[in-house]
Each structure stands twice: as structure tokens, then as C-alpha cells.
Ligand binder design. Structure first.
Ligand code: SF4
Length: 127
């Protein structure tokens, strides 16, 4: 038996922790600052983010995601981005980012001002 979608409430897609002493922990976030993915679920997987690679004191290769805003760009936008990249996760091979960072500004539709809704959708295509 499959669980049924029985809610139209989308509050689970994000929140902003205004009590966090580190907010905003990343500059340049578009839309509402989404704290839900503070620990990015894509850390161990291939992603389109602008990460740098470093080796920690234990000799483990890691991502430095300081410059990435993708998991924080709006409630709806960040949720959709993470869901899309977790559909077919590919384990990160420890190599530097080769993918061009594809996040582009989203232009408002004709007659629409630039709202959170229009700014929430990062253009981050799957490989
Ligand atoms: S670069 Fe961005 S999307 Fe990729 S793992 Fe780091 S925070 Fe997540």
C-alpha cells in the first residue's frame, strides 16, 4: 500500500531559522532563505554546485560548499532542486567540479514583478 498525498500544505518544503546565530550563513541566496537543507543531502553525490575540493586532516577528500546557495534558494526552489538531484543520485568521485555552474537569474514573466516565486527556481539541469 502506497501512502496517499492528502495535504496541500507545503510547509514541509522549507523554513527559515531566524534564531540561528549564523543566519545568513551564505550570501546571495535568492528567495526566502531555506534552512531545511543546512546539511546538504547532495554532499556525497554529484551535484551542480560551485564547490571547491580540499583534503581534511585525516586525508579525506571533501567538498567545500561555502560558495553554494542552491540548497537555500527559497522554500519551493530548494526543495525542487534537492528532489530532482536525489531522483538518480550518483556517488561523488572526489574530483573537482567540472560542470559549469548553471544557475541563472530567472526573469519575471510579463506583467509580473520579481517575487519569491519567480526567484525561487534555479536553472540547474541534470547531467
Ligand atoms: S556544492 Fe551545493 S549542491 Fe553541491 S553538495 Fe555542496 S551545498 Fe550541496
Amino acid at each position: 500500500m502506497q501512502p496517499k498525498d492528502s495535504t496541500t500544505n507545503e510547509g514541509f518544503k522549507g523554513f527559515t531559522n531566524h534564531s540561528c546565530p549564523f543566519l545568513p550563513c551564505h550570501e546571495g541566496v535568492r528567495g526566502e532563505f531555506n534552512c531545511l537543507f543546512c546539511y546538504c543531502p547532495l554532499i556525497a553525490y554529484e551535484c551542480p554546485g560551485p564547490y571547491e575540493v580540499f583534503t581534511d586532516k585525516n586525508g579525506v577528500t571533501r567538498k567545500d560548499c561555502s560558495a553554494c546557495t542552491l540548497p537555500h534558494n527559497g522554500y519551493q526552489g530548494a526543495w525542487n532542486f534537492i528532489q530532482k538531484w536525489l531522483e538518480k543520485p550518483v556517488v561523488w568521485n572526489g574530483q573537482p567540479q567540472t560542470r559549469k555552474y548553471r544557475q541563472k537569474p530567472v526573469k519575471p514573466k510579463k506583467g509580473q514583478s520579481e517575487t519569491d516565486e519567480t526567484r525561487d527556481t534555479p536553472d540547474t539541469s541534470l547531467p
